[in-house]
Design a protein around this ligand. Structure first.
Ligand code: DCP
Ligand code: MG
Length: 359
């Protein structure tokens, strides 16, 4: 019985340039380059597909791009606009799953293994996301669907622009066997050269080498390459979320006067709340104590930690401390609350793989 994850990688097509063409239709049909001006020492951030026909690409000096295509239209980047569009794209994706991991402004991984949308078909979910991006933002994206990050990302690049490519578990190995060694995740220029010197040019060559041999040549990374050649990439999709919180509060039948009693009420609230947070797959960096005095004036005191909060025992002294920074020794209290915020998604357990029909 096979267990399989369903990972989608979405990557916008010629991202900055497509936004410029959308916002100024007179650019459509012309080679458009976004980045530094050709008279400066700037570089190309990206260019549209028309400009790519001249051999222009990201990171090329703009002066070089100008020599390749003097009639290209050069535009300065409008980062504020790109950031806003990026947020709109991520928000569309989060309508499909909370497990969205942005990699840059224009790309993200999604784990839809647990999704029940479209009968659990990752392919149909990817199609739906692409359609919403077209309908709502008038931009196109390419999607890759596969059973791990490595393959999903490669798949999204296979049929650009406006592509949707699925690499099923049964297709993975054949695809990897034909893959140039430089296209493997984590294999940069230097490693590529070393692999080729060892006679490893494609995935099929890598597949034939023993784990011991790869470790001998590449150290710890050898284990990783050995797994990749077999379609194994256990990296989880890590979701980041902003501005979320989970809180709980109690209003007392009679106002509290005793600070010790307030502490123990906060202990109770926190002891109930922390497991709920952890159960939902979140970790918090910030805890906030809320106090409403008998006269209804309300205040909050918060503390943030560099490491996420996961231990009740270490947290409670901080909560008492926050409480004591207020007037509770002088003023009776009618309500106490605790809230966790600055939440991050806990790393998913790699073993937590589900069986769902329809890839
Ligand atoms: N970018 C940049 N400098 C680079 C690479 C990229 O400033 N060296 C910016 C501009 C791109 C955006 O990041 O529009 C996204 O990068 P991609 O690599 O996804 O490139 P594009 O989206 O432009 O094109 P593609 O259709 O190939 O994804
Ligand atoms: Mg892109």
């Amino acid at each position: 019985m096979a267990t399989v994850r369903k990972i989608i990688h979405i990557d916008m097509d010629a991202f900055y340039a497509s936004i410029e063409m959308r916002d100024d239709p007179s650019l459509v049909g012309h080679p458009v380059i976004v980045g530094g001006s050709p008279s400066s020492r700037g570089v190309v951030a990206t260019c549209n597909y028309e400009a790519r026909r001249y051999g222009i690409h990201s990171a090329m000096p703009s002066s070089h791009a100008y020599r390749l295509c003097p009639h290209a239209i050069f535009l300065r980047a409008r980062f504020a606009v790109y950031r806003e569009v990026s947020q709109q794209i991520m928000s569309i994706m989060r309508d499909f799953t909370p497990v969205v991991e942005p990699l840059s402004l224009d790309e993200a991984y999604l784990d839809v293994s647990d999704s029940l949308l479209h009968q659990g078909s990752a392919t149909l979910i990817a199609r739906d996301i692409k359609q919403r991006i077209v309908d709502e933002l008038r931009l196109t994206a390419s999607a890759g669907v596969s059973y791990n990050k490595f393959l999903a990302k490669l798949a999204s690049g296979l049929n650009k622009p406006d592509g949707l490519t699925v690499l099923r578990p049964q297709d993975g190995l054949a695809f990897i066997h034909n893959l140039p060694i430089g296209d493997f995740y984590g294999i940069g220029r230097a490693t590529e050269t070393k692999m080729k010197a060892l006679g490893i040019h494609h995935g099929a060559d890598l597949y034939q080498r023993s784990e011991a041999e790869l470790v001998q040549h590449f150290g710890k990374a050898g284990h990783w390459y050995y797994g990749l050649a077999r379609g194994e990439d256990p990296r989880p999709v890590r979701a980041h979320r902003e501005r979320k919180s989970l809180g709980s509060e109690t209003t007392f039948a009679e106002d509290l006067h005793d600070v010790n009693q307030m502490c123990s009420e906060l202990d109770k609230l926190t002891a109930e709340l922390l497991p709920k947070l952890l159960e939902r797959g979140w970790l918090a960096h910030t805890v906030t104590v809320k106090i409403k005095y008998a006269d209804f004036e309300q205040i909050t005191r918060a503390r943030s930690f560099p490491q996420p909060i996961d231990q009740l025992e270490t947290l409670l002294p901080h909560i008492h401390d926050l409480l004591l920074k207020t007037d509770v020794d002088l003023r009776p209290v009618r309500l106490l609350g605790v809230t966790f915020s600055s939440l991050i998604m806990r790393q998913k357990d790699d073993e937590r793989q589900r069986l769902l029909p329809g890839f």
